[in-house]
Design a protein around this ligand. Structure first.
Ligand code: GAR
Length: 195
């Protein structure tokens, strides 16, 4: 079984979609959901989905190797960031090099970097009167939003759009594509291993 761990800081609707997508897959499963936020909605979703959760603080995450040790001891193969807001330290990016994928709610390199997350992105997109925005799914390195891009999808932004309506369009794209793109990456990495 290929095991996925998901990191999320907020509501966790993507984490839920990804978990449900792999529930019907005999070879891949979501085995652990991790969060930095003890009040995150993702915790309630994980309980409902029967997935173990782990809440961690900044010191443990950024200053120790504990998260890497936990992930390795549980046999985690892939790490997915689904609305996770902290910069990932290099011990963790190195341990999961080419095995850690993030989703960003904009067409990177536009609207990326520190402080550019969730509603901040959509507010900037509307304020700048962009005609389109979208999602970027990419590998994670130790810099915010800079790893190799795997996939992008676009949606239109009209004069009537608000940050909230843009967020809703973005979530639809994320639900439609993120689980499937993760699965394709897992399969292509597996196929490239010479056994
Ligand atoms: C998603 O739109 C995701 O792209 C974004 O946070 C939202 C989480 O929603 N991620 C970032 O902004 C990362 N920089 P969810 O908690 O409902 O899945």
């Amino acid at each position: 079984m290929i095991k996925i761990a998901i990191f999320a800081s907020g509501s966790g609707s993507n984490a839920e979609r990804i978990t449900e997508y792999f529930n019907s897959n005999d070879h891949v499963e979501v085995s652990l959901i991790l969060t930095n936020n003890p009040a995150a909605g993702v915790i309630e979703r994980a309980q409902r989905l029967n997935i173990p959760t782990l809440v961690f603080n900044k010191k443990l995450f950024a200053k120790t190797n504990k998260i890497v040790e936990i992930l390795q001891s549980q046999g985690i193969d892939w790490v997915i960031l689904a609305g996770f807001l902290w910069l990932v330290p290099s011990n963790l990016t190195r341990a999961f090099e080419n095995r850690m994928i993030n989703i960003h709610p904009a067409l990177l390199p536009k609207y990326g970097g520190k402080g550019m997350w969730g509603h901040h992105v959509h507010e900037a997109v509307v304020a700048n009167k962009e005609k389109e925005t979208g999602i970027t799914i990419h590998y994670v390195n130790e810099h915010y939003d800079e790893g190799k891009v795997i996939f992008q999808a676009k949606c239109e932004v009209t004069e009537n759009d608000t940050p909230e309506s843009v967020a809703a369009k973005i979530h639809e794209l994320e639900y439609q594509y993120f689980p499937e793109v993760i699965y394709k990456e897992i399969l292509s990495a597996k196929n490239s291993v010479v056994e």
